[in-house]
Design a protein around this ligand. Structure first.
Ligand SMILES: C[S@@+](CC[C@H](N)C(=O)[O-])C[C@H]1O[C@@H](n2cnc3c(N)ncnc32)[C@H](O)[C@@H]1O
Length: 247
């Protein structure tokens, strides 16, 4: 175990890359992933959006470049066409999704904050993929409630990415499970929540990390025993749990 001083020193020297959530053991390893396989292949528009986001005061919220690449690949692998995103911020994961979808692909994107979405929107437009996006400003839950009421919407989504208010993930899951098709995928982001899911009760956690941790733990437990899905928890970004609906 590292001595306290050593630990503090290594924390202070942690990676500063935007969206980096420090789950990998070595920062050099993370940098290697970025430089070897992510940045050289990152579409110009995503690079531009990442750089604009890096200058925004809330840039800690952005999806990291490696996770963006992963989402892009996942959407292509699953041939997703009708998709949804909850939690847009400046739109990095949204752009990763939009670029992966076919020309007639669709994303219902929701966020309570339109201003941040509009920061990235000119880049999304320039990339020629804005026509795939329907942005709804406001809390996602009432929108999901509306969708669920109409049975025609059941089983219609191929891919759903959830990256918003962690205290609602369980509520989202209750609705999304009806909206995603059998064989479709829901990705829940931040399921390792800054590593705090294994922190001892007295660990010095930032206030918001501590507050949301119990919700993340509760979600992880619920997903693990949900017979309607198969799951796979990946240590990408801040942890993402991929759920495939099986019934
Ligand atoms: C972690 S950020 C999303 C990051 C984004 N996926 C990206 O690639 O940059 C979380 C977002 O969720 C939004 N949010 C918070 N509560 C929400 C709610 N109830 N409904 C919809 N969006 C919400 C926040 O405004 C914020 O933009």
């Amino acid at each position: 175990m590292a001595a306290k001083g050593e630990e503090q020193q290594s924390q202070a020297g942690r990676h500063q890359e935007v969206g980096h959530k420090s789950l990998l053991q070595s920062d050099a390893l993370y940098q290697y992933i970025l430089e070897t396989s992510v940045y050289p292949r990152e579409p110009e528009a995503m690079k531009e959006l990442r750089e604009i986001t890096a200058r925004h005061p809330w840039n800690i919220m952005t999806t990291s470049a490696d996770e963006g690449q992963f989402l892009n690949m996942l959407i292509k692998l699953t041939n997703a066409k009708n998709t949804m995103e909850i939690g847009v911020y400046t739109g990095y994961s949204l752009l990763a999704t939009a670029l992966a979808l076919p020309e007639d692909g669709k994303i219902l994107a929701m966020d309570i904050n339109r201003e941040n979405y509009e920061l990235g929107l000119p880049i999304i437009e320039k990339a020629g993929v804005a026509h795939k996006i329907e942005f709804k400003e406001g809390p996602a839950l009432p929108v999901l409630d509306q969708l669920v009421v109409d049975e025609k919407n059941h089983g219609t989504y191929d891919f759903i990415f959830v990256d918003a208010d962690k205290d609602n993930y369980i509520n989202y899951h209750k609705r999304l499970i009806d909206l995603v098709k059998v064989g479709g995928v829901i990705g829940y982001d931040n399921t390792l929540w800054n590593g705090s899911v294994v922190a001892p009760p007295d660990a010095p956690l930032r206030k918001y990390v501590r507050y949301y941790r119990d919700f993340v733990l509760e979600l992880n437990k619920a997903l693990a025993v949900d017979p309607r899905i198969e799951i796979c928890m990946l240590p990408v970004g801040d942890g993402i749990t991929i759920c495939r609906r099986i019934k």
